[in-house]
Design a protein around this ligand. Structure first.
Ligand code: ADP
Ligand code: MG
Length: 254
C-alpha cells in the first residue's frame, strides 16, 4: 500500500452552537481518489475547508504528507502557524470550487501563471511553459489568450483544474466541481478528473455524481450530520450500504 497522504484525525468544528464536524476521521493514500457523498448540510464543504485550513479546527488535527496543517506541535500543545506559513502550506493543496473562481481580469494563461510566479517564485518563462502544457492536457491549448467570461462553464472549470495543477499540489480537493454546470458540460469536466485519477493524482472529490464515484473512486465516504457514517470501496458503500442513512441517501440520488 502507498503512503498516507492526507490524515484527518478526530476533527471537530463548530460554528457557534452548531456542531458541523463531530469527530471526522479520514485517511487518503498517495495516488488514491476518495469521493465524499452526503446530504446538503452534512459538513462536506467544511471538511474540505479544514483540510487546507480555510477553517480552523476546534479539536483533532490534519496532516498532509506527514506535515501538520495550520499548526505546529510543541510538546503536547498545538500552536497555530503564522499566516505566511499557512499560505505556504496551502500551495501544496489544490482546491477546485463549484463556481470556478477564476481571476476575471486575467487571461487563461495568466490565471495559471500568477500563483507559481508570486507564491513559488518560479521564473515566468517556466511558469508559462508549464501553463501551456497543462492547458493542453485539459484540452484548452487554443484558449490561452481568452478571458474567463469568453469561456463556457465547462471550459472555465477545466482552466480552474489546470490552475490548481500548476502548483504541483500533493492533493487536489474538489467541492462539487460540476454542480454549477449545464448537464451537457458535466462530462468534459469529469473526463479531466478521470484522467488525473489514472495518472495517480491524490484527490478528494465532493460530488453527487454517483456514476463517477463508482468508476473512479478507490474509497467512497458517506457523511451525514458531521460524521463519516460509512466508508469503503464503491462496491460496498454504493451497492451494499450497511447503514440505513446511506441507503436513504442513495435511494434519493440514484
Ligand atoms: P455541505 O457542504 O455538506 O452541504 P457545509 O459544510 O457547507 O455542508 O455546512 C454544514 C453546516 O455548517 C450547515 O448547516 C451550514 O449552514 C453550516 N455552516 C457552514 N459554514 C458556516 C459558517 N461559516 N458559519 C456558520 N455556519 C456555517
Ligand atoms: Mg458543500
Amino acid at each position: 500500500m502507498s503512503a498516507v497522504m492526507v490524515d484527518v484525525h478526530g476533527v471537530h468544528k463548530n460554528f457557534g452552537p452548531l456542531q458541523v464536524l463531530r469527530g471526522v476521521d479520514l485517511t487518503v493514500r498517495a495516488g488514491e481518489v476518495t469521493v465524499v457523498l452526503g446530504p446538503s448540510g452534512s459538513g462536506k464543504s467544511t471538511l474540505l475547508r479544514t483540510i487546507n485550513h480555510l477553517e480552523k479546527v476546534d479539536r483533532g488535527w490534519i496532516s498532509i504528507d506527514g506535515e501538520l496543517i495550520g499548526y505546529r506541535r510543541s510538546g503536547n500543545k498545538l500552536h497555530e502557524l503564522k499566516e505566511k506559513d499557512v499560505l505556504k502550506q496551502r500551495t501544496h493543496i489544490g482546491f477546485v470550487f463549484q463556481n470556478f473562481n477564476l481571476f476575471p481580469h486575467l487571461t487563461v494563461l495568466e490565471n495559471l501563471v500568477e500563483a507559481p510566479v508570486s507564491a513559488l517564485r518560479r521564473p515566468r518563462r517556466d511558469a508559462e511553459e508549464t501553463a501551456r502544457r497543462l492547458l493542453e492536457r485539459v484540452g484548452l491549448a487554443d484558449k490561452t489568450g481568452a478571458y474567463p467570461r469568453q469561456l463556457s462553464g465547462g471550459q472555465q472549470q477545466r482552466v480552474a483544474i489546470a490552475r490548481a495543477l500548476a502548483l504541483e499540489p500533493k492533493v487536489l480537493l474538489f467541492d462539487e466541481p460540476t454542480s454549477a454546470l449545464d448537464p451537457e458540460l458535466v462530462g468534459e469536466v469529469l473526463d479531466v478528473i478521470k484522467d488525473l485519477a489514472r495518472t495517480g493524482t491524490t484527490m478528494i472529490v465532493v460530488t453527487h455524481e454517483i456514476g463517477f464515484a463508482r468508476e473512479v473512486a478507490d474509497t467512497v465516504v458517506f457523511m451525514d450530520g458531521g460524521v463519516v457514517v460509512e466508508q469503503g470501496p464503491p462496491s460496498a458503500v454504493l451497492d451494499a450500504p450497511r447503514h440505513e442513512r446511506t441507503r436513504a441517501f442513495l435511494s434519493k440520488v440514484l
